[in-house]
Design a protein around this ligand. Sequence first.
Ligand SMILES: Nc1nc2c(ncn2[C@@H]2O[C@H](COP(=O)(O)OP(=O)(O)OP(=O)(O)O)[C@@H](O)[C@H]2O)c(=O)[nH]1
Ligand SMILES: [Mg+2]
Length: 390
Amino acid sequence: MKIKKYIADDFQAAFKQAKKEMGRDAIILSSRQVKKGGFLGFFTRTRVELTVAVDDDMRVERDKLRMVPLESNPLASASEPEQAPNSNSNPVGEQEVQLLQEMYKMNDIMADIKGKMYEVELIKGISQPVQEFYKTLINNHVDQEIALRMANSVEGQLPDGKGDYNWVKDVCLHTLQGFLDEIKPIECTDGDGARVVVMVGPTGVGKTTTIAKLAANLTFIDSRQVAFITLDTYRVSAAQQLKTFADIIGVPIKVVFSPADLGEAIESYRDKDIIFVDTAGRSPYNHEHMEELHEFLDIAGADETILVLSGNTASSDLLNIYHEFNRIGVDKLIFTKLDETNCYGQILNIISEIKKPVAYFTTGQNVPDDIEVPDSFKFARMVMGKGEAL
Ligand SMILES: Nc1nc2c(ncn2[C@@H]2O[C@H](COP(=O)(O)OP(=O)(O)OP(=O)(O)O)[C@@H](O)[C@H]2O)c(=O)[nH]1
Ligand SMILES: [Mg+2]
């Protein structure tokens, strides 16, 4: 077992350095704040020291297991295609394979236990109210790395006499607020010509409904001239859905089948204030469909391409979806279906990672009411919401 200490300005920097050098099998044994530098007790800096370990034996066994040829691995599926023998392979007997598999599983269980222990260890040095704050974030699906970074930051701001719960709560809310710092709803300015807004996103997230909500508000409250174009010709009911909204709100609509038609349709609505382009829901992993969407978007020359994401999707999926759609260029995000979840950490995780402005949150199926411009303080309270310990 190799053990090493890392000292950096904050937890995140030390953690990154450790992961880079020791690899993904590294386990954090402890963390503590240390005072460095200074002269005669003055000008000392508080830094974070992490003690990290990696078990080389376990890593070797794991690699060995990966090298076992398929035919000698009793746990390999019979239907899996046969792989070319690896010239580096080190064939082992059936019993040994089983033993290694067991060790592999044990290693994962140990890593899990150590992970939990190290979490306890990590937050041990911080004050009780901040620990509660940390747990609240974790309960609300905030990434552990972000939660620890925030807990350390809040701890660092505590006054000498340590803050009470209310003090910590205020600082926590303020810190959380900072995550939603770019809020950019659609802006219609007079005399700029028609603003082309394209909504893209996976299937069923609420693109069409959101367009209807925005169009109704822009028409009836802001007295704007709105037009619809739909590219969703894959299902008859899809175009019909937007047509129904168009009829109710009283705005014109064109159904477009080819990129060339899209150019013409946009030209025909140049006298409007805003043109909403609805697209068919796409699996971001279907490259053919994404290519087709790309061709349409090249023609659209959109002022804003907004990615619509369901707020109750897991963080890792949100991030993958974003990266796939961002190949065609994403300017802003809308999170829908916030009414269908009690945890909002996944939204915080993605906006912290990708740093794109958020235009709207939607909170139900009612057109036009269930949509709002995000409020960073309200969002902070939502993230602390479920299981709020403070
Ligand atoms: N609970 C809830 N439901 C919503 C919200 N927004 C949309 N929906 C519902 O989600 C379903 C799908 O909405 P659509 O607007 O058709 O979604 P879409 O993204 O256009 O779907 P495709 O065009 O098929 O990709 C409908 O039943 C909507 O009423 C929301 O904020 N909350
Ligand atoms: Mg739709």
